[in-house]
Design a protein around this ligand. Structure first.
Ligand SMILES: Cc1ncc(COP(=O)(O)O)c(C=O)c1O
Length: 386
């Protein structure tokens, strides 16, 4: 284990610290030096002799194992995919749908977890149920657990699909409860985990997750376009790959011998050559995160976001993100009662080298573990007063 403190504010390990107060890890994260070095090494090798003398393909398997450990899966349940969308599309395309099947999701999902299901609804006559977000007396916004369970509790519901953390509110769902309900009632659970893997504990076994997808470009600190897809071992046989190519099959490298028998592990969902450059970057990033430990990272992000939430409230901003036990996340969404949000984001970026995001009319700041309290204080100083 590396010492978390050695990375905090360390601009050699996180060069972004030299240029920006960067708080958009829930958007696209800057990669650490280690990930950039791994991709530079790949580029030098590719230029010198392609795969010759490299460990690329063994490294892909190491990445698979590291990613699996991060979510408490086994390596044969993890596929290396292009992005979250490809993982979710694999589930949508992989199940035998029937007219009248119900798919339960929320009304506030990122569209990566909406359009694949709209497509299923349109093509097979399935019904897509969107459970709405509601506000509480303090102005926090959340999709209530009870409402999700009530929607799931219908004889025609086959699948519940939601983000572990919602992108625009930062709400973390109680996956363990939802997963237990689904398992006990014979429903499938699919999770878009791009807003949690790398920063908050994810345990597909304890949470009874059936399918999970996440690209690496947010909290995992990898480049865009290199992600992971988990399929519970018992479901691999029953789930058809979305794309069939030369690599999904058992004897993939026996090129001239056509044996159309799918692999029995999650590599069944990998149709062709990998984005090796991107995965080398992701591998280095996940090794860094694993060496620090996700529990320590989550604790640090809690400390940073608690500080941010307290200072925002002191300065007249309304925090929309639920912050209770088990509901908080690395994304803090907030609103100004008077100032123009787009203008705030623009001014921060142009005049203060500070990056936050604007999502669904809310400002969102999402620090990672290596950010400092001083950076959060600077952000507060640069925000307009009320
Ligand atoms: C919840 C969520 N899912 C998915 C994505 C991105 O999907 P993909 O990895 O397919 O680009 C985002 C990016 O903003 C997101 O916030």
């Amino acid at each position: 284990m590396s010492d978390l403190a050695s990375y905090v504010g360390n601009a050699d390990a996180f060069p972004v610290l030299r240029h920006w107060d960067f708080f958009n890890h829930a958007g696209v994260a800057p990669i650490p030096r280690a990930a950039a070095d791994a991709m530079r090494k790949f580029a030098a090798e590719a230029e010198a002799g392609a795969y010759l003398g490299t460990t690329w393909y063994a490294d892909l398997e190491k990445l698979r194992a590291t990613a699996a450990r991060l979510i408490n899966a086994s390596a044969d349940e993890v596929a290396l995919v292009k992005n979250t969308s490809e993982g979710i599309a694999t589930v949508a395309a992989g199940i035998d749908w029937h007219p009248g099947d119900r798919i339960v999701t929320t009304a506030v999902e990122y569209p990566a977890n909406i359009y694949p299901w709209m497509d299923v609804a349109r093509r097979f006559g399935a019904e897509l149920i969107h459970v709405p977000e509601v506000g509480d007396a303090e102005g926090c916004r959340r999709v209530p657990l009870d409402a999700i369970l009530a929607a799931a509790d219908h004889p025609r519901t086959r699948l519940v699909t939601l983000s572990h953390v919602e992108y625009a509110s930062g709400q973390r769902h109680d996956l363990a409860r939802i997963g237990r309900f689904c398992r006990e009632n014979d429903k499938l659970l699919c999770v878009d985990a791009i807003q949690t893997v790398g920063v908050l504990p994810v345990d597909v076994r304890a949470m009874h997750v059936d399918y999970l997808a996440a690209d690496g470009h947010k909290w995992m600190l990898g480049p865009e376009g290199a992600g992971i897809f988990y399929c519970r071992r018992e479901l691999i046989d029953r789930t058809r790959p979305a794309i069939v190519g030369w690599m999904n099959v058992v004897d993939a490298e026996d090129y001239g011998h056509y044996d159309f028998t799918y692999k029995s592990n999650a590599r069944k969902f990998e149709p062709g050559s990998h984005n090796v450059a991107g995965f080398m970057g992701l591998k280095a990033a996940l090794e860094l995160l694993s060496s620090v430990g996700v529990d320590a990272i989550a604790g640090r992000v809690k400390e940073l976001t608690d500080h941010l939430v307290a200072r925002l409230a002191d300065n007249g901003y309304r925090v929309v993100s639920p912050r209770g036990e088990g509901q908080w996340s690395g994304g803090v969404s907030f609103v100004s009662p008077t100032h123009d949000h787009a203008n705030i984001v623009r001014t921060l970026r142009r005049e203060h080298h500070t990056e936050i995001a604007l999502r669904e009319k809310r400002l969102r700041a999402s620090p990672h573990f290596y950010n400092t309290i001083e950076q959060i204080d600077r952000l507060i100083e640069h925000l307009p007063r009320h």
